[in-house]
Design a protein around this ligand. Structure first.
Ligand code: ADP
Ligand code: MG
Length: 264
């Protein structure tokens, strides 16, 4: 178990920093000025009602959406732009692709390649994206499947695996690119209740190994036990944030209280 009290970040620089991040779709403003920081090695839990902008925020971090105003940094670098003097230049697709390699994302739906085995799914990105040799990719994939407890399933196709197993393969697949940041968007929401624990256990292991993680979840037990900080978002703004234990046991805002009374 990690303790925030003894945690010393690798550097003073946050892994993610959002300053007044705004995002609209047409006339609808979904993110209305998000300010937050995620330290290296931190497990950062993002919670809030459906439609509050959690997925949109993760997608902005991962270059899948462009913000309309504010600044968003990953590991000290602006997302989507290159800064030269006081001018900003939009990154080219190739540059975006390079940056996205460093960020792993796990979705509610696992989206494994159905025609590939678990092992092949985990090997695929390093071979295709990094032009890695099959031997090197295989060696890492074997290690990663072991790490998520699926050594004995390497040769299985997704359809032969349970939802929990598929999600663990999806985590291994994201890890295969050796990301410096992992984004989890409700990774257990699509799972039968009895399969949730095995996925959370894998995430807990990652946290213990020092991975920086932003986790959107309704699993408040996980947030309390594994999270270093928790942000409650509603209506595109950060309503309340703090140590998960404090926010969950002693929420200050009415909106937080109302939400927690429904999910706890
Ligand atoms: P959450 O993940 O917290 O449930 P989302 O970020 O998915 O919230 O969505 C926030 C709001 O943004 C919702 O009202 C949703 O309908 C809207 N939204 C998300 N993506 C798009 C899009 N591509 N086009 C238009 N509206 C969108
Ligand atoms: Mg969402």
């Amino acid at each position: 178990m990690k303790s925030t009290d003894v945690k010393t970040p690798d550097s003073g620089r946050p892994m993610v920093r959002a300053e007044g991040v705004h995002k609209s779709f047409g006339h609808i403003e979904v993110l209305k000025g998000i300010d937050l920081e995620v330290a290296p090695r931190e497990v950062f839990c993002l919670v809030g009602p459906s439609g509050s902008g959690k997925s949109t925020f993760l997608r902005c971090i991962n270059h899948l959406e462009k913000i309309n105003a504010g600044r968003l940094y990953v590991d000290g670098e602006l997302v989507g732009y290159r800064q030269k003097g006081d001018k900003l230049y939009e990154l080219r697709d190739r540059e975006v692709a390079l940056k996205r390699r460093d960020i792993g994302m796990v979705f509610q739906r696992f989206n494994l390649f159905p025609h590939m085995t678990a092992l092949e799914n985990v090997m695929e990105a390093p071979i295709q994206v990094k032009r890695e040799s099959k031997a090197v990719a295989r060696e890492r994939a074997v290690r990663l499947l072991d790490r998520v407890g699926l050594s004995d399933r390497a040769g299985n196709y997704p359809a032969q695996l349970s939802g929990g197993q598929q999600q663990r393969v999806a985590i291994a697949r994201a890890l295969a690119m050796e990301p410096k940041l992992m984004l989890f968007d409700e990774p257990t929401s699509a799972l039968d209740p009895e399969l949730v624990g095995e996925v959370l256990d894998v995430m807990r292991g990652l946290a213990e190994d020092g991975m920086t993680m932003i986790v959107v979840t309704h699993e408040m037990g996980f947030a309390r036990e594994v999270g270093d900080s928790l942000v409650f978002m509603d209506g595109g703004v950060v309503v309340e944030s703090g140590h998960p234990r404090d926010v969950l046991t002693n929420p200050q805002q009415d909106r937080t209280k109302a939400f927690l009374s429904k999910v706890l």
